[in-house]
Design a protein around this ligand. Structure first.
Ligand SMILES: Cc1ncc(COP(=O)(O)O)c(C=O)c1O
Length: 416
């Protein structure tokens, strides 16, 4: 479904070995082996991530950047080490361009409230698409309320792809910010983000890419994309919850005011005047999720040790198989048939509410997400209120899809 940069034999990715590294995949639910097809919601965690968090609490638990004792040094080394790993993961030019956040939502709010609030004026325009997750809609709506800026929304076509002609026509000298998903969480569409950035830059707009769903599947290169901001969440890419990355173009981060005030983001505080810490620390107020960041560092190591092109070939194979198998079920309508997709199969089943289907699938051991997937406008666009979404991680197999299809037959039998 995507084109990996090099052709790799499928055998170079050993999914059995990968599965063995995720303890939860051996779990039984309702007496059945777990089939986890909800990784777009949150991914499962491999042993090295679980062990890194455990090791942090056993051997390094202390606050960072503050004490002179050895535990604090260990904690700081883990924390700053994860920043360096994150920089390599997105190919950032410098670890100082990596702000450690709570997740994608936090990163987008940071950009809206720091960059956006300090630079936008009434009449300026923010461009997003109909494909966005609520986290890449609501922060911009709030910013519009605060500044008088106007939100413009690029339509999508019947396949669930952003209309690039409409996007080009919407850009103007009024466009100040473009914010778009790299990969849609509801449909799996891969957006042409390089082109999005290039066209926005021609008008002097800054571009934020929401990479929450891209990070577990695609190689990310913020320098090749030439984006101004790139946000992602650790928990979607096999790391713990409550941690994320915001890459920011160094010159922009330097120019931006802090987002929140508190400890660690200051250089000096008096009642007369406070001076702020250097980038990126001025955006990291308060004690962060240190154990989570230690786990995130292990998740980055884990992903970078994998042949990601081969993993993508495997994932694409499972997605293609799933699409063919699920499409062949009577009464199924696939929602989102973009030419470039990854990781997600959304569909509806004639005469069955997705929540009812989800409940029956759960009894069969199959975990999917049902609902509007925090992307209500996407559902509106397709004239539906919800879908059944099977979403994939590197650990899923064709056998998982066979179980899903048999469970869907049971759903159909119940509602026949
Ligand atoms: C495309 C996209 N953007 C943003 C988010 C928000 O991520 P988080 O809840 O980790 O902040 C998600 C989560 O599902 C997502 O899929």
């Amino acid at each position: 479904m995507t084109s990996p940069s090099t052709t790799v034999a499928r055998t170079s990715f050993d999914v059995r070995r990968v599965r063995a590294e995720f303890p939860i995949l051996s779990e039984r639910v309702h007496g059945k082996p777990l089939v986890y097809l909800d990784s777009a919601n949150t991914s499962q965690k491999p042993l090295p991530v679980i062990e890194a968090m455990d090791a942090y609490y056993r051997h390094a638990n202390a606050n960072i950047h503050r004490a002179t004792h050895v535990l604090s040094e260990r904690a700081t080394a883990l924390y700053e080490g994860a920043r360096i790993k994150a920089a390599a993961f997105v190919n950032a030019p410098d670890p100082r361009s990596i702000v450690l956040t709570k997740g994608t939502t936090d990163g987008i709010n940071l950009v809206a409230q720091s960059y956006g609030r300090s630079t936008l004026r009434a009449g300026d325009e923010i461009v997003i698409s109909w494909l966005e997750h609520h986290s890449n809609i609501v922060p911009w709506q709030m910013l519009c309320e605060q500044t008088g800026a106007v939100l413009r929304v690029v339509p999508i076509n019947a396949r669930g792809e952003v209309e690039m002609d409409a996007y080009a026509a919407m850009l103007s000298p009024h466009t100040r910010i473009v914010a778009m998903a790299h990969v849609s969480n509801a449909l799996g569409t891969i957006n042409p983000v390089r082109q999005v950035v290039e066209q926005a830059h021609a008008y002097g707009a800054v571009v934020l890419i929401d990479g929450a769903q891209a990070a577990p599947h695609l190689a990310i290169d913020v320098q090749a994309l030439d984006c101004d901001f790139y946000a992602l969440s650790s928990h979607k890419m096999f790391g713990p919850t409550g941690v994320g990355v915001l890459y920011g173009r160094p010159s922009l981060l330097e120019s931006m005011p802090p987002y929140q005030g508190g400890g660690d983001m200051i250089q000096s505080v008096t009642f007369e005047k406070t001076t702020y810490n250097a980038v990126p620390y001025k955006f990291e107020a308060g004690t962060p999720n240190i154990s989570g960041v230690a786990g995130f560092g292990a998740a980055v190591d884990y992903l970078m040790a994998i042949d990601r092109d081969a993993a993508l070939v495997h994932e694409d194979d499972v997605l293609e198989y799933a699409t063919a198998q699920v499409s062949s079920i009577a009464g199924v309508r696939i929602i989102g048939e973009a030419r470039q997709k990854t990781g997600v199969l959304s569909f509806v089943l004639d005469g069955v509410h997705p929540h009812d289907a989800g409940t029956i699938l759960d009894r069969e051991g199959v975990a999917v997400r049902t609902g509007q997937h925090c992307a209500q406008p996407v559902m509106d666009c397709f004239g539906i209120t919800a879908t059944i979404r099977a979403s994939l991680g590197i650990y899923n197999t064709r056998e998982d899809i066979d179980v899903l299809v048999r469970a869907l037959d049971k759903v159909r039998a119940v509602f026949a």
